[in-house]
Ligand binder design. Structure first.
Ligand SMILES: C[C@](O)(CO)[C@H](O)COP(=O)(O)OP(=O)(O)OC[C@H]1O[C@@H](n2ccc(N)nc2=O)[C@H](O)[C@@H]1O
Ligand SMILES: Nc1ncnc2c1ncn2[C@@H]1O[C@H](COP(=O)(O)OP(=O)(O)OP(=O)(O)O)[C@@H](O)[C@H]1O
Length: 312
């Protein structure tokens, strides 16, 4: 992914947020991660990262949802991505990363992961470090489970931590309406709530249990571009845990499903609710209804491409 002309200028890369149209959560592994099987769909809500040459690595935010609370130090995922790439390639220099934020923060849509993916591609081009796609995917996996998918985009199955990807077939465009919460949720907390629930109910998930797999009906609905079938097949093992932590999300789901959605699902670890609708007209209607009820509602489509250079 080299871009030689960018040696002294700046590089802007766009990476998408995601919806898990299926998320099956298996056992808790020794590394603190769960063995998952997920079907990712990249959607048209994008993070743009502009990387400009600098002595060190730094970050700033702009855009409709940028807030003061976002971390700007070494715990920022984009900063970590740039530092990791520099370390692994022996690059001596830095970059200023200017991020236009659109994916809800801590919303279950992989916004920080998109920042990390875009940063890897942008800095690789800016610095001429010439990492191939496989190397970037491997670096991405070290930053977070969702990062490789933000690089790849489209539709893909993720296994292991969710970072072992294989592209999946998908036809046409799916239309979604997102109900976005003002307050985010912590991903580890949602996983922990699921574990606690399983423990209370003595769920039998042991190292000997079979690894989770994405159900055939999900794969078939994606392949045939059948929104009605996909609506019936949407599944998320983290949904009950997210609803337990945020009971009001249940009301949001009911509201959307009573107002034209084919189905609604908690996106990843929550709290964003993603409603699948049959076409753009239904999407507009549902967006109006949700907005009138006081929700922040966005319309998106998927699948869309993974991290790509917009400008260099
Ligand atoms: C909920 C999803 O967004 C669905 O795609 C992902 O599973 C989470 O991906 P992510 O936010 O990129 O996750 P990471 O930043 O790598 O991990 C944060 C934390 O989430 C939990 N985690 C994450 C992924 C996974 N397969 N099992 C887990 O238990 C772990 O507590 C981990 O420490
Ligand atoms: N570049 C970044 N943008 C947003 N949050 C970041 C970033 N870097 C680190 N963070 C921290 O990570 C937390 C979760 O961020 P993020 O928006 O990626 O959550 P998420 O979309 O729910 O993640 P996922 O869906 O991958 O589980 C934030 O609350 C913030 O403290």
């Amino acid at each position: 992914m080299t871009f030689e002309g960018a040696a002294h200028g700046s590089v802007t890369v766009r990476a998408p947020g995601k919806i898990n149209v299926a998320l099956l959560v298996g056992r808790l592994m020794d590394d603190g991660y769960h063995d998952v099987a997920t079907a990712y769909q990249a959607v048209s809500l994008f993070e743009d990262v502009r990387a400009t040459p600098a002595d060190d690595v730094s970050v700033s935010f702009a855009g409709p949802i940028a807030t003061e609370d976002l971390p700007t130090g070494n715990d920022n995922l984009a900063v970590r991505a740039a530092r990791l790439l520099a370390r692994e390639t022996g690059h001596d220099g830095g970059a200023h990363l200017h991020i236009t934020k659109r994916v809800p923060v801590a919303g279950g849509m992989g916004g920080g992961s998109a920042d990390a993916a875009a940063t890897l591609v942008a800095c690789d081009a800016l610095w001429g470090t010439d990492c191939g796609r496989d190397d970037l995917l491997a670096l991405g996996a070290r930053l977070g489970a969702d990062v490789p998918f933000a690089l790849l985009g489209g539709t893909a199955i993720g296994t292991g931590r969710g970072d072992q990807l294989s592209p999946a077939l998908s036809t046409g465009q799916f239309h979604w309406v997102l109900a976005v919460s003002d307050t985010g949720m912590s991903t580890p907390s949602t996983y922990r709530a699921l574990d606690a629930h399983r423990e209370r109910h003595s769920a039998d998930i042991s190292p000997a249990s079979p690894a989770p797999t994405v159900p055939d009906d999900v794969m078939h609905a994606l392949r045939s571009g059948d929104a009605v079938a996909l609506g019936e097949a949407l599944t998320n093992d983290l949904q009950a845990a997210a609803l337990q932590l945020r009971p009001e999300l249940g009301d949001t789901l009911e509201l959307g499903e009573a107002n034209g959605a084919l189905a609604g699902i908690v996106s990843g670890s929550g709290p964003t609710i993603a409603f699948l609708v049959s076409d753009v007209e239904s999407a507009i209607d549902l967006q109006v209804t949700l907005s009138a009820a006081g929700h922040r509602a966005l319309r998106v489509t998927g699948p869309v491409p993974g991290a790509r250079i917009l400008e260099a």
